[in-house]
Design a protein around this ligand. Structure first.
Ligand SMILES: Nc1nc2c(ncn2[C@@H]2O[C@H](COP(=O)(O)OP(=O)(O)OP(=O)(O)O)[C@@H](O)[C@H]2O)c(=O)[nH]1
Length: 510
């Protein structure tokens, strides 16, 4: 919402300035704009005087005998149910009602349409009356001293609709008669059609009449969200949606939705809502009687609240079930992801680490060693004469040999070491924190195993293989990156190849 006050302008002028120029022209030239009769203006004048007393109100009202009679009826019927002595004069009525409610009742009789008004105006008034009762009932529990003023404000919060109805009778009647449109969305539709909404126009109208600034502000902000610490403001902002729920074709569903929003806020105790609902229908019947309105739906408030709570409960159950199944789906997805991730690190033939994973691990390990002054060694293994094996026994048997060699390596390394297939018939083992000597011991164990045990049997024939192995230890050279360390091990391995294969060479030593 826009800010209301402008330093050098009156509130009315600044609100007029904020209206789109076409709309303000139409509003200002509308001859049917809701206006207040002399007696209501007089009452307003009294309300604005800082020293106004109840008897000032009473004497202003007494100028209109019809109004006086209705005010007394309201005071006796609505706000003093338990009183043994009914009000008989306008002073007694104003005493019973309080200043704000008196003002509201006067305004309601003078401002809002009678029973023969157009449909949209009647609906607006009906909603306003329900909202006013909701607001004051809630306020009685949450902020009792402001019950009267919230009643008044809730009653006036939609006066902007009356202004639109008078400025654009046909278009507005059509818009407001659209039952599909929830009240909360009216403001958007109004912006689309008229360039402003009924909270702004309502505040403007209230300022035009000369209502106190705080009331003008409250009308302007009456449709803002429920996030407020001020209880009176919350009562007002809640009153409209409560009235909508009450008037909705499916009141319990609408109320359940509202209760859910309130539960999330945690500012209004649910007991306050319960108490409100137990009194609401009784209060409403009396007030609608006085104001010659008919309640559109006869709602049993106890059943309504119970239904709404049941719906909420069912909703919570359904939500829990949905959450459970989502959790299950999430776990399955996580398992699937982990499997995929693992698969992306593993060489499918040998079940050892693949080249990408070897290189990533080596990079990380290299950085770690540099940072913390630690060491590591790598063993580069190239199987000898693999082409001959392929040629002799076939490519498939070559695969089985590679697979078997993978198992051999996996069985010989220790936890924390990482063995992988670097390419074709080349393998690499990373040995964190190990010296070249320890790496050499491992290479020797591999060579010994290959010497002692056939790598596979083809029929009756036991096939043995040999390997050329090169070792490089980080501490034995001035390696700038992990690539140089692998190259060093590779070079050592090649020195073995050149000298006839089957053997171990350590970088920097041999
Ligand atoms: N069966 C099989 N063979 C492979 C695979 N990857 C690479 N090879 C074969 O491994 C052989 C490697 O040949 P070379 O690089 O000449 O090496 P070599 O025959 O082992 O000879 P030296 O390394 O010099 O001892 C080639 O014939 C490749 O086709 C594989 O996944 N499966």
């Amino acid at each position: 919402m826009m800010g209301l006050s402008a330093k050098d302008e009156t509130l009315y002028a600044s609100l007029t300035g904020e209206l789109p120029s076409l709309l303000s022209k139409v509003l200002l030239h509308s001859s049917h704009l809701p206006s207040l009769p002399a007696v209501a203006l007089q009452v307003l004048e009294v309300a604005r005087s800082p020293n106004a007393s109840l008897s000032d109100y009473a004497s202003a009202i007494e100028h209109d005998p019809g109004l006086t009679a209705r005010l007394i009826a309201v005071a006796n019927s609505v706000h003093n149910l338990r009183s043994a002595h009914p009000a008989q004069t306008s002073l007694e009525a104003t005493q019973r009602l309080g200043l704000d409610a008196t003002l509201a009742t006067v305004l309601s009789f003078t401002l809002f349409p009678g029973p023969h008004a157009e449909k949209a105006a009647l609906q607006t008034w009906q909603r306003a009356v329900i909202a006013a009762v909701v607001a004051s009932q809630l306020a009685h529990q949450l902020c009792p001293t402001q019950a009267g003023s919230t009643f008044t404000l809730a009653l006036l919060q939609d006066i902007g609709i009356l202004a639109f109805l008078s400025a654009y009778p046909d278009e507005a009647e059509l818009l407001y008669a659209d039952h599909q449109l929830p009240h909360a969305q009216l403001t958007h539709a109004e912006h689309d059609r008229f360039g402003s909404d009924h909270t702004h126009v309502g505040a403007w109208l209230a300022a035009k009449w000369g209502l106190p600034d705080n009331m003008v502000h409250a009308i302007y902000q009456s449709h803002d969200g429920f996030f407020t610490d001020d209880m009176a403001t919350l009562c007002l902002r809640l009153s409209g949606p409560m009235a909508d729920a009450w008037l909705s074709p499916e009141p319990s569903t609408a109320l359940a939705l509202l209760l859910k929003q309130l539960a999330a806020l945690d500012t209004i105790p649910i007991q306050a809502i319960e108490a409100l609902f137990y009194q609401l229908s009784q209060q409403l019947e009396l007030l609608t009687d006085i104001l010659e309105l008919t309640l559109p739906v006869r709602v049993d408030s106890r059943t309504l609240l119970a239904d709404a709570q049941q719906l909420l409960y069912q909703h919570a159950l359904a939500l829990t079930a949905r959450l459970d199944s989502q959790q299950q789906q999430l776990s399955a997805l996580q398992r699937h992801n982990t499997a995929l991730e693992e698969r992306s690190r593993i060489d499918p033939l040998t079940q050892l680490a693949n080249r990408a994973w070897l290189e990533e691990q080596l990079r990380e390990r290299f950085a770690l060693c540099n940072e913390h002054g630690r060491t590591m060694s790598v063993v580069f293994i190239d199987l000898d004469h693999f082409k001959v094996l392929n040629d002799q026994y076939g490519h498939q048997t070559g695969d089985v040999i590679l697979e078997s060699f993978g198992k051999t390596l996996a069985s010989l390394i220790r936890t924390g070491d990482l063995a992988g297939r670097y390419g074709g018939e080349e393998f690499l083992i990373i040995l964190p924190d190990e010296t070249a000597q320890t790496a050499q011991h491992l290479a020797e164990r591999i060579a010994q195993r290959l010497h002692e045990q056939p790598i596979i049997d083809v029929g009756q024939e036991a096939i043995y293989i040999t390997a050329s192995m090169g070792i490089a230890c980080l501490s034995d050279g001035d390696f700038r990156d992990e690539r140089e360390l692998i190259d060093a091990a590779d070079q050592s391995m090649y020195s073995i190849k050149r000298s006839g294969r089957r053997g171990i060479s350590v970088y920097g030593r041999d």
